[in-house]
Write a protein that binds this ligand. Structure first.
Ligand SMILES: [Ca+2]
Ligand SMILES: [Ca+2]
Length: 627
């Protein structure tokens, strides 16, 4: 692979223009409009058996309105190697020929599902001079994509040297957060001066573009990695190039064990789970020298860990490890049962904890009930003890599912447990039937012309798209529903109005227009090495799924003139592609994105930050298409 085409060259020109504007006068003109690709599709390609739909677009509203005139009458699928015409394609209008409100585009589909011959292709307009990116049709087209996307968890590991051959040399780094006062001697956030509070909480993963780590969320990532292996064992080999490759265990299980090992360090002697580890950030991560602090045990963190330790014990390949996880799961459960209402709001005045971590990991009463349901489900399966069955059946009624609500992409903790129950022989038939019915009713409420649902375009929309695709696979397996997962995967791979593959730095894997810049403390704005895939020496490490379009994006409220100094105010005017140079509220939702990683006050983390939560949902989705 490693293709170069005019599209990438044009993007580079835009980017260099933007960089040239950087540091200039505030009235420097913004960079020229980014290209508005006329034909968008999955830039990696398609499996031979898959539905294969490309989209022809004529933008009518949004930053690129008027960038293309009319759709051609006929398109051709071309064999990219020999230039041979393979098939004529007639565009079929979407949304009744009207403008699609999600994108502001008029959209036509080109269906070439009937073409199954492996090869490299592109689509051109007859007489129009426009071309799609190149793409493959191949049975293993996503295997290298899964490899890179999975390896982001390795690059997110704290306390481990990233070195060849596991790390690409461009992203090699010494072990982070092992200096004085850091993860091996992390102190209680509320007793920072007390050396007696120091604990070894090393290991784990940076949660997102900052390096904090949260027990509630880490527990979910570890369990979902294990679930992906259970769902698609054929996708997950022992050869993904991490330090545990070749040890006889699937690497996705090894990665989950890395997270579970950190969770074990976060467990108190009395079983309670400490809620958070706050870490300093720098580029590269090993340059961070600030201290690490932990927050207290909480009910929600203990229930989250109880669920994941219990599930890990159920699937553990090692009997001694399973016993260890069982002991930890029961201890965490017992602590939560004895302390049912202990909350801790990190970085929040409610818990006097401003400055510890970033995102809010605490949940409400419904959230604790959901966690109790999930933990009791796995603990009953693991131990057969009646008290867990009683707790499970007491909690299920207050879940969204139990209240008759829909299966949606925001309830994975409960729904994963429901799918688990549907597959157990000791689950009551009536409950199984209720689960199957709920999944059978799974229907997105309306779709955009690009095939993805309306109503899920918000902060982290790409993660929600991935989670929606996972649900469709679950529905297909449980309820024999038609499998309509393809739009989600292909949307994330470039079949969207920006023609953007929402994974970082994937040109070398065949995505001509992948994420150039992401909000991440390592791959920071202004870094000569890691800022930009096109303009820096290395760019961000490959394979990170970024948050994606977010019509609620706003620059900091201090902009344009109240940011404290003239220099700060000028940062508001950082040259950006027009999607952000104009109010994003004026953009159609699916265009509310720009490929930038500028820090405060532009606050690009609302659109281009990664998160292990998006990543693990994407891995689960993609693994369904790898074998
Ligand atoms: Ca392995
Ligand atoms: Ca940048």
């Amino acid at each position: 692979m490693g293709r170069v085409n005019s599209w990438a060259s044009r993007a580079r020109g835009v980017l260099l223009a933007a960089l040239a504007g950087c540091g200039g006068a505030a009235d420097e003109p913004v960079a020229e409009a980014p290209a508005s690709p006329p034909i968008v599709l999955d830039q990696f390609g398609y499996r031979p058996s898959a539905n294969k739909i490309a989209f022809v677009r004529v933008p009518v509203t949004g930053f690129d309105a008027g960038a293309a005139g009319v759709a051609a009458e006929t398109y051709q699928l071309i064999d990219a190697a020999g230039g041979r015409r393979v098939r004529d394609l007639r565009p079929a209008p979407q949304a009744g020929g009207n403008v699609d409100p999600a994108s502001g585009d008029r959209v036509w589909t080109l269906d070439f599902s009937a073409v199954t011959t492996p090869g490299t292709y592109r689509i051109v307009a007859v007489g129009g001079g426009v071309s799609s990116p190149e793409f493959e049709i191949a049975g293993d087209v996503y295997a290298p994509v899964l490899r890179e996307a999975f390896r982001t968890f390795y690059y997110q590991r704290a306390g481990l040297e990233k070195r060849a051959p596991f790390a690409d040399l461009r992203w090699a780094d010494r072990a982070s957060h092992l200096g004085p006062g850091q993860d091996r001697a992390a102190r209680d956030f509320f007793r920072k001066d007390d050396a007696a509070t120091a604990l070894d909480l090393s290991g784990g993963w940076y949660d997102a573009g900052d390096f904090n780590q949260y027990t509630n969320w880490t527990a979910t990532y570890a369990r979902q990695l294990l679930l992906s292996h259970a769902e698609n064992p054929g996708a997950w080999g022992d050869d993904f190039g991490i330090p545990e490759s070749g040890n006889g265990t699937a690497d996705v299980i090894d990665e989950a064990l890395w997270g579970l090992d950190w969770l074990a360090r976060m467990q108190q002697a009395d079983g309670g789970m400490r809620s958070i580890l706050g870490r300093a950030a720098a580029s590269p991560p090993s340059a961070a020298t600030g201290p690490s602090y932990y927050g207290p045990a909480s009910t929600s963190a203990s229930l989250s860990a109880a669920a994941s330790f219990a599930y890990a014990a159920l699937v553990s390949p090692d009997a001694a490890l399973a016993r260890n996880f069982t002991r930890r799961a029961v201890a965490a459960w017992d602590w939560a049962a004895a302390n049912p209402d202990v909350v801790f709001y990190n970085n929040d005045a409610r818990s006097d904890a401003v400055g510890l971590g970033a995102g809010q990991q605490e949940v409400d009463d419904n959230g604790r009930n959901d966690k109790r349901f999930a933990a009791a489900t796995y603990l009953f399966a693991l131990t057969g003890e009646a008290r867990f069955l009683g707790a499970r059946d007491a909690a299920i009624g207050a879940t969204q599912f139990g209240r008759g609500g829909p299966i949606d992409p925001y309830q994975a903790e409960v729904q994963d447990a429901l799918v688990f129950l549907a597959g157990r022989s000791d689950t009551p038939a009536a409950l199984k039937a209720q689960i199957v019915r709920a999944y059978g009713a799974l229907k997105p409420a309306g779709r955009s012309a690009y095939g993805v649902p309306l109503g899920t375009v918000h902060w982290g929309s790409n993660g929600t798209m991935a989670a929606s695709g996972v649900l469709q696979h679950q529905a297909a397996r449980l309820a024999s529903a038609a499998d309509t997962t393809d739009p989600y995967l292909h949307y994330l791979h470039g079949a969207n109005p920006l023609g953007k593959t929402y994974l970082s730095n994937m040109r070398a894997r065949g995505a001509e227009n992948s994420v150039d810049q992401m909000y991440h403390a390592w791959f920071a704005d202004g870094s000569a090495i890691w800022d930009s895939a096109l303009a820096s020496r290395a760019g961000p490490a490959p394979g990170f799924l970024v948050g994606g379009p977010n019509p609620a994006y706003v620059r900091d409220a201090c902009c344009p003139r109240g940011c404290g100094s003239a220099a700060n105010n000028r940062r508001c005017e950082t040259p950006l592609p027009p999607a952000l140079a104009h109010p994003v509220a004026g953009q159609p939702p699916l265009k509310a994105y720009a490929d930038v990683n500028t820090d405060w006050p532009v606050n690009s983390w609302q659109i281009t930050e990664n998160s292990n939560s998006y990543q693990v949902a994407y891995l689960r989705l993609l693994a369904h298409s790898v074998d």
